[in-house]
Design a protein around this ligand. Structure first.
Ligand SMILES: Cc1ncc(COP(=O)(O)O)c(C=O)c1O
Length: 442
């Protein structure tokens, strides 16, 4: 085997090579034996328009024929990339007004972290260099983005996390609330803990807090009531920037264009990738406010350049794909479309709630999860066993410990949603032995 696979046990893949896929059609991918799978988590929360989107192929093809590559360094840029920046600025929430393009989500987080330091340097506060990130967060696989990540399997063996990263608690009400604590009380406690950490470590050494508005890879953790307003109040009081990592949530996933709108968050910077191009072209972006941009521009002017950028950042073919995605999203009336399909997922989730072994169901828009009780009578690894049963039945969910994540492509029909959720239900029934389940809601 010549390939070393990401987030895969190499010893296990030597014994059992990864399943190979050869074709996509709509929301399905086909393996080398011709077996079809619905990917109910849009692959890596990204393939919002499925696995063979014809309009994106045509957009890519047109752009390849016009200008297949150019960069944005030193006074030049593809016209189409500039057009994308202007179009994005129309969609960005609040005072976010400017974008810097990259190629991957990890790279966008690296860029946002560097920009946060640059901004403080420009304000004459070079000691404000450290970051606060949360337990259970996922921010990527670069040096800093992995350090900001709060999952130990991303650190083990890599000399991570870095000393410049401080850690605070995740907003997981189900798992981390004290007995009898309300959601609001829990949110206030998380804010008090953050405040105490900042006081202990000294706000003059901290540049930014980074958080996913709704956490994805850490187990689809949706913010409890009051969480983001409490956290933002603490950050503002200590003059600490807020970076919203919208790499999963951005472009509709939680039922608004951006999750910052869903949860009333006003970040100083925002990272985007994945659904920006529906994953068919590697592209990411960091958005920032006028204030952050202008402050950075002051320092860059003194240096004669903003000394940061990558060869493929703002790639014209990616820009063409992103513009086509924005057209498609606008035509589907994105927030309404996601809310409607999301409600359908919600109806099924209510139905699953009372099934044996199910501890919790949760959802915002088309981002949802079922959490299983692995300490109960069904034994450990219940989520994994149910996820594997669903895979045998032709549907991929993302298995995250005790959680099965659901984030289907936006091109699902209501009937596709029913099919996906019925496979979830039947798989739960099969593994827990509850074969005679009451009739499902549709
Ligand atoms: C919230 C979040 N940030 C950053 C990343 C990293 O993105 P990429 O895999 O494109 O580097 C991911 C990837 O899943 C993510 O979910």
């Amino acid at each position: 085997m010549a390939q070393l696979f990401p987030f895969t046990d190499p010893m296990a893949s030597d014994l059992s090579p990864p399943k190979q896929f050869v074709r996509g059609e709509g929301i399905r991918v086909f393996d080398a034996d011709g077996k079809a799978y619905i990917d109910a988590v849009s692959a890596l929360w990204c393939a919002s328009l499925g696995f063979a989107p014809d309009r994106l192929r045509q957009a890519m093809d047109r752009q390849m024929g016009e200008l297949a590559y150019y960069h944005s360094f030193m006074g030049r840029t593809p016209e189409i990339t500039n057009r994308l920046a202007q179009r994005l600025a129309q969609h960005l929430p609040g005072p976010l007004n400017h974008v810097f393009f990259g190629t991957s989500g990890s790279e966008a987080v690296e860029t946002a972290a560097k920009f946060a330091r640059y901004y403080q340097e420009a304000r004459g506060k070079p000691d404000k260099r450290r970051f606060i990130a949360r337990e259970g967060a996922y921010h990527g696989s670069g040096q800093m983005s992995a350090a900001l990540t709060g999952l130990t399997y991303c650190h083990d063996g890599f000399g991570l996390p870095l000393a410049d990263v401080l850690r605070t608690g995740r907003p997981h009400f189900l798992r981390d609330a004290d007995p009898g604590e309300t959601e609001i009380a829990f949110s206030k406690r998380r804010a008090r803990e953050l405040d105490a950490l900042i006081r202990q470590e000294d706000a003059c050494t901290i540049t930014a807090f980074i958080g996913e508005p709704a956490m994805g890879a850490g187990g689809v953790i949706l913010p409890p009531e009051g969480y983001w307003s409490e956290i933002q109040e603490v950050l503002a009081r200590h003059d600490i920037l807020l970076i919203a990592d919208e790499i999963i949530c951005g472009f509709g996933r939680t039922g608004q264009w951006f999750a910052c709108e869903t949860y009333d968050i006003a970040p100083d910077m925002m990272t985007m990738a994945k659904q920006l191009t529906a994953a068919v072209f590697p592209m990411s972006a960091v958005a920032m406010t006028d204030h952050v941009r202008d402050t950075m521009a002051g320092l860059a002017g003194q240096h004669g350049t903003l000394g940061h950028g990558v060869t493929y950042g703002g790639h014209p073919v990616g820009a063409a794909v992103a513009l086509e995605c924005l057209d498609i999203y606008a035509e589907m009336d994105l927030p309404t479309h996601v809310q409607t399909l999301g409600d359908r997922i919600g109806t099924h989730l209510q139905d699953l709630k009372s099934l044996p072994g199910v501890l919790d169901v949760r959802r915002d828009g088309m981002l949802a999860a079922v959490e299983f009780d692995t300490n109960g009578k069904f034994g450990p690894d219940l989520g994994r066993r149910i996820g594997e049963e669903a895979e045998r039945r032709g549907v991929f969910f993302r298995i995250i410990g005790d959680v099965l994540a659901i984030a289907p492509p936006y091109i699902c029909t209501p009937e596709d949603i029913d099919d996906i959720m019925l496979v979830m239900r039947d798989s739960i029934g099969h593994i827990t032995g509850a074969h005679h389940l009451p009739a499902a809601a549709t």
